[in-house]
Every structure is written in structure tokens, then in C-alpha cells.
Design a protein around this ligand. Sequence first.
Ligand SMILES: [Zn+2]
Length: 63
Amino acid sequence: MTECFRCKKALTADEIGAYMKLVNRGAREFLCISCLARDLGVDEAYIRQKIEQFKKSGCTLFG
Ligand SMILES: [Zn+2]
């Protein structure tokens, strides 16, 4: 199981995909939405909205 490398929360495929799209496509460790939002200086809703956009555009990082 993949965990957030900061808070150790278990990650969903969406969170991993979002991290890859928004931070680093080649990442091997990932942040959960909460930690990622804090790092990017945005709120979680913004990231969830991005995830929906990526899914709609058929991005293969999202199952
Ligand atoms: Zn976290």
C-alpha cells in the first residue's frame, strides 16, 4: 500500500494520479490531497476539481 510520505495516510489512486499530474510525473513517493494542497497553497477542493478534469480528459494515470 502506498502512503503519503508526510502524514502516512493511505493514498487512493486519485491522490497518486493528482500528485503525478500536478507535481512530478515520475514521482516514486506521493502526498495525499491535504498535504499536496498545503504545499501548492491551494485548497483541497481545487485539487479534487483538477482530478475530475483529468478523468474527463481521459488521462491514463487515473483508473
Ligand atoms: Zn498527507
